[in-house]
Design a protein around this ligand. Structure first.
Ligand SMILES: Nc1ncnc2c1ncn2[C@@H]1O[C@H](COP(=O)(O)OP(=O)(O)O)[C@@H](O)[C@H]1O
Ligand SMILES: O=P(O)(O)OC[C@H]1O[C@](O)(COP(=O)(O)O)[C@@H](O)[C@@H]1O
Length: 306
């Protein structure tokens, strides 16, 4: 079973505006509401690829009900803890450039946060728990760490900054910062491929079993104990890249859970990420499978060169 944890789900309100201009009235060209939040996106892709998944986290209010209904329609299994304040709405503006406005999220009571830790204690050693995204503002600073300390299963973590840094010591199966998040994590500017390699490898020395550095249309790098691999991104028309990173994690986790083959998992992750970038919503299984043969993976550094 692959459990996903979304501490701060969202409705993603995707708005298309021609030539957005600040300080004046702009009218929508298009709009769409989608269930969002990183773990939720991961579960939706896992379900589409026929992997067993349960989405966990906190949901509240009419916005939470919208997310529950959307997931039920796609037969994604959920065990959300109900909270009284409404789940946030994140605004994604598609104009000449993509602009994202993500909310802080609702108040989570101590009772609810303890309940989630209890639920996660039921995950078995052979399960994978995927912890993704920001946490609602009032949750304790070390809440992710508290969750991890109570887990008996493998875990993947997709968050940023201090939380990601703390998590590395607990040997996550995978971390997947994008290249900007990698620079933030080590509080550096990364301006060359050599620096990318240096900081990617640091993720392993600090504890990660595998690390992917994703680079949008430039594909991604996979760091393993056995060397570094470069994966390509197919060319295509980008429709909405929100959820590309989550799709990549879903692809990796689903294939890794079945095969324990990190390269095959990386290939599936790359296909899922690009397929989602080329769609308005998350990609379907057919779109993902169509892209798989276009992915190329090359070993760029052998283990003895590390
Ligand atoms: N414009 C794009 N064209 C092709 N593939 C893409 C594009 N954007 C994202 N992807 C694929 O999705 C993966 C994750 O996207 P990325 O934007 O790096 O992550 P995140 O959404 O976490 O910031 C990339 O490594 C790539 O494989
Ligand atoms: O929890 P955060 O960091 O605010 O991110 C939440 C947002 O991330 C998303 O899950 C998309 O993430 P990615 O584009 O990184 O895959 C959106 O659905 C959601 O609005």
């Amino acid at each position: 079973m692959i459990y996903t944890v979304t501490l701060n789900p969202s409705i993603d309100y995707i708005i298309g505006v021609d030539n957005l201009s600040m300080g004046t009235l702009n009218r929508f060209e298009s709009s769409e509401m989608l269930p969002g939040g990183k773990g939720i996106n991961v579960s939706r892709i896992l379900k589409r690829l026929n992997h067993e998944t349960i989405a966990l986290g906190f949901l509240g209010g009419f916005t939470g009900a919208f997310i529950e209904d959307s997931l039920a329609r796609e037969s994604v299994a959920t065990k959300f803890i109900k909270i009284s304040e409404p789940t946030r709405i994140n605004v994604k503006i598609k104009s000449n450039v993509e602009t994202e406005l993500n909310g802080n999220g609702p108040h989570i009571t101590t009772q609810a946060s303890d309940q989630l830790i209890d639920t996660l204690r039921t995950a078995h050693q052979e399960d994978i728990v995927i912890l993704s995204g920001s946490k609602a503002a009032n949750l304790p600073e070390n809440y992710y760490q508290e969750i991890i300390e109570n887990l008996t299963s493998e875990f993947i973590i997709d968050t940023t900054g201090k939380e990601l840094r703390q998590a590395l010591a607990y040997k996550p199966l995978l971390v997947k910062p994008n290249h900007h998040e990698l620079a933030d994590l080590f509080e550096v500017t990364i301006s060359s491929e050599a620096e990318l390699m240096t900081y990617g490898k640091k993720l392993l020395t600090k504890g990660a079993q595998y690390a992917i550095i994703s680079m949008a249309e430039k594909g991604a790098l996979l760091f393993t104990q056995d060397g570094v691999y470069q994966g390509s991104a197919p060319k295509g028309q980008v429709q909405n890249s929100v959820g590309a990173g989550d799709s990549m994690i879903a692809g990796f986790a689903g294939t890794y859970a079945e095969t324990a083959d990190a390269i095959a998992a990386f290939r599936m992750g790359l296909a899922c990420g690009s397929a989602t970038a080329f769609e308005k919503d998350l990609a379907t299984a057919e779109q993902i499978k169509k892209l798989l043969p276009e992915i190329t993976i090359t070993k760029v550094i052998r283990s003895e060169e590390k």
